[in-house]
Design a protein around this ligand. Structure first.
Ligand SMILES: Nc1ncnc2c1ncn2[C@@H]1O[C@H](COP(=O)(O)OP(=O)(O)OP(=O)(O)O)[C@@H](O)[C@H]1O
Length: 475
């Protein structure tokens, strides 16, 4: 038997949400923006809330996360909150001359007769002017992931510019925008920033952010519970679809099929699609060609690992956000010891700040070395030449012994040079030592191999990416 809430219980939904919000935000904001709002009605699982005027419409975005959290904590059966002005509300009581609302029936015995709050008649469907937010989408955007919090360096400036162009002119600049890069390089950050920016420019735009995995899970559920129509409505009626970790759909035929149709519908109706992946479309394994080729219709932008200067700038920006002074030598120490992953870079900083605040000491190089010792030790754990040879051989589908043979065919020479280059970068081994481990090569041959790869890496993006990937696997 399903539980049908009474009118009073429903009326209390918004009162209870407000009570929860009141504890979380400062008094003045609450008094100004939230207190004057009123429950209007419930339509299915949509809670309609009346705001005194259109000036209040930003409340939906500003407090979306807190409202969602309150709904979850209170276990209310509500899927969306729709903010409406009195003109849009068929049930609105008369607005008093002073601009405030007449009291609600549950709050006062003197409720105006003309209040239609208890009216059983169906309310009008929300008009296009209403501020509407759905936390399945908007609030899933991390408020910290904004463009101005993203530090630009040579490895990500192209992706950043592409993301900004898409946010400024959705569906007109590049459609789809396909972002790819290694773990923790900022793909999700850029996607969310697009979402925030579009929302700021076009408050009524509906934006959906979903991971490939969630898309699949929701689809499976919808098939099981025969709710495919609402599943399709949800993804095919948005203005911007942000889909993260698309590589998850590899080998999932039914999910790819559904996503193919979602993609087509959105693209045909000039809606923006942004896709993030850990590799470029042509390298996505077990993906249908028709999807892969669509991913290439717009713009493909890669994000390369940050260089040292960018890592330092990221650390300084994060410290600034935490209102913490980070001396340059400490930033440099962290940046040069945490290899590529920005998430780990942040992790090190958070740990350092927490440690210093706990011990009541200032952040200095000596303190950082002490506090991050363990963190950094695991980062620079010993990488052996054998491990490099194994990883490189696996990457190129060959045997380790082939890397050591006196075979100068191109298929063998290039992987061998890459392996030697990595041995120089990631281990302490000398050139003669590296030579010995590659079947007795002379140290000048090793040196030549290293400088060759060093040079080619700058010019050849694919080679650069392969090397970054190998470094990530090894560290
Ligand atoms: N250039 C940058 N400037 C500021 N912060 C960054 C930058 N790049 C990454 N970050 C931060 O690093 C963390 C990891 O980024 P994000 O989650 O976007 O990476 P990702 O590429 O989506 O990783 P994954 O492949 O694991 O999903 C986030 O906190 C993000 O804000």
């Amino acid at each position: 038997m399903s539980f049908v809430p009474t009118a009073t219980a429903v009326l209390n939904y918004w009162v209870r949400i407000l009570a929860a919000l009141e504890k979380k935000i400062n008094r003045q904001s609450y008094e100004t923006w939230l207190k004057p709002t009123r429950f209007s009605h419930l339509e299915g699982k949509k809670l309609f809330v009346r705001i005194p005027s259109a000036d209040f419409q930003h409340v939906g975005d500003r407090y979306a996360d807190l409202i969602q959290e309150a709904i979850e904590n209170l276990e209310l059966d509500v899927e969306a909150v729709v903010l409406i002005t009195p003109e849009q509300d068929p049930r609105a009581p008369k607005v008093r001359e002073d601009g405030g609302f007449a009291p609600l029936p549950s709050h006062s015995q003197n409720a105006p007769q003309q209040s239609r709050l208890a009216s059983p008649s169906a309310p009008a469907a929300p008009g296009p002017e209403q501020s509407r937010f759905d936390w399945n989408t908007a609030s899933q955007l991390n408020p910290r992931y904004q463009f101005d919090a993203f530090v630009v360096g040579s490895g990500n400036q192209f992706a950043m510019a592409a993301a900004q162009a898409v946010a400024e002119r959705p569906s007109k600049a590049y459609n789809p925008l396909f972002l790819y890069g290694g773990v923790g390089m900022g793909k999700t950050h850029l996607m969310h920033a697009i979402g925030h920016d579009v929302k700021r420019r076009m408050p009524h735009a509906s934006i959906s952010y979903v991971s490939g995995e969630k898309f699949m899970n929701e689809m499976v559920d919808s098939v099981r519970y025969q709710k495919m129509t609402s599943f399709r409505d949800r993804f095919r009626n948005v203005d911007v679809l942000l889909i993260d970790d698309i590589q998850f759909m590899a080998g999932k035929e039914r999910t790819q099929e559904e996503f193919f149709h979602t993609f087509n519908t959105l693209h045909e109706s000039m809606k923006q699609i942004v896709i993030a992946s850990d590799r470029p479309p042509k390298e996505l394994p077990d993906f249908e060609d028709r999807l892969r080729s669509r991913f290439e219709w717009g713009l493909i932008a890669d994000i390369q690992p940050p260089d040292l200067e960018t890592k330092v700038a990221i650390l300084q920006k994060k410290a600034e956000n935490e209102q913490t002074q980070l001396p340059t030598d400490v930033a440099l120490f962290i940046a040069s010891n945490v290899r590529t992953n920005v998430r780990e870079l942040e992790g090190a900083l958070v740990r350092l700040i927490a440690w210093c605040s706990m011990h009541g000491v200032e952040i200095t190089l000596a303190v950082a070395q002490q506090c991050l010792k363990q963190f950094i030790d695991t980062q620079v754990r010993k990488i052996t030449i054998e491990a490099i040879q194994r990883t490189v051989a696996e990457q190129f589908g060959m045997r380790v012994s082939e890397l050591k043979q006196k075979n100068n065919s191109r298929q063998i020479v290039v992987p061998r040079q890459i392996a030697m280059y990595l041995a120089k970068q990631l281990t302490e081994a000398s050139l003669p030592e590296i030579g010995r481990q590659f079947g007795g090569k002379h140290h000048t041959t090793v040196m030549h191999s290293i400088s060759k790869i060093d040079e080619q890496r700058r010019a050849d993006k694919d080679l650069n990416r392969t090397i970054n990937k190998l470094m990530e696997t090894l560290s």
